[in-house]
Design a binder for this molecule. Sequence first.
Ligand code: NAI
Length: 377
Amino acid sequence: MKRLNWGMIGGGEGSQIGPAHRMGAQADGNFVLAAGALDHDASKGKDYAQRLGIAGDRAYGNWKEMLEGEKGREDRVDLVTVATPNATHFEITKAFLENGFNVLCEKPMTMTVEEGEEIVAIAKSTGNVCAVNYCYSAYPMVREMRNMVTRGDIGKVRVIVANFSHGHHGDAGDADNPRVRWRYDPTMAGVSGQFADCGIHALHLASFVAGSDVKTVSADFASTIASRVLEDDAMVNFRLEAGAVGRLWTSSVAIGRQHGFEIQVFGETGGLKWWAEQPNQVYYTPLGGRTQIMEKGEAELSEEASRLSRVAIAHPEGFPMAVANIYVDLAAAIQGQPHGAFPTAIDGLRSMSAVHQCVASAKGGGTWVDARPASLR
Ligand code: NAI
């Protein structure tokens, strides 16, 4: 495989997700950071881009300049990552896809289901790769869990419990801090707060590990801090197409919980547990047997878990290397090579539909609703 040119929009200096993309994309030598419009402040973005090694003529002031500048180049970027705030994802992703670029978009891919349908349609008609960064699905031990479920190690999946609950917005005295407030303001965040921010990672992972799409949902949303319009805590019950029962709790007011993402899968003949804060281990309990701790890097793991791990057993890799695993498969897909699974625009669309349907369910007192977008029913 050759080294590909890569461009970034958003992810500027001091951003939360920008460094994980830069470490991830460049970890395996698949991508070179060749262009960027990194910041909403043009001069800060250009300055930072050049400090990261981007040539002056490809350090752009905004994404429109980047699109114009890149589309005429012979060495134009092979992949564009969109790591800007949520409300801008649709417009930027659509524009780059329509101009023949491959795109990795941050979650949530869009704000509405209609926009999601449009992105899926454009990706299909242009044949470009359009991925969404559900990066938890790319941890080696998550792939191991998925492999075990597919292989039938725990039998048919009965129940999945997924939590993504932290306490970092639990201080009512900090609720007006602009970095926190926008997340619960529908004019900036859309129809959902915590569920659209963190809950969709958990819902995607439940579906990914079980190998079955989400069919129906029933939601209870709460704004536990009175000034918040959107929910900061949600309980979502769901059913997968294959019949498994799902329980999902997501919260930003769970003081004492840090990152707070964990998933348990209970089948007819065993159970599995994975926790994002200890991502090297999967706990496996066979029916009637003892709990076993499986480690990333063990010789007996599946090929899929082994290929996505770089350093020896017991050495942490963690979040940026999970993002790197998304880029490994994107590099192969862009070059028409065999590749593993990565989350696509269809996953982005399914999530957006689930968000809107959960909002509708919560408004209706928790009634069960179809979570699927109309095009995928
Ligand atoms: P942030 O607020 O820390 O950083 C946003 C960056 O984008 C800043 O550098 C800002 O200057 C830049 N920016 C804003 N508007 C821009 C524009 N129009 N053009 C170019 N640059 C622009 O935000 P954060 O937390 O990094 O989130 C960014 C996105 O990543 C969000 O959609 C968020 O949901 C997602 N995210 C995903 C995670 C994951 O696990 N996959 C984890 C954290 C965030």
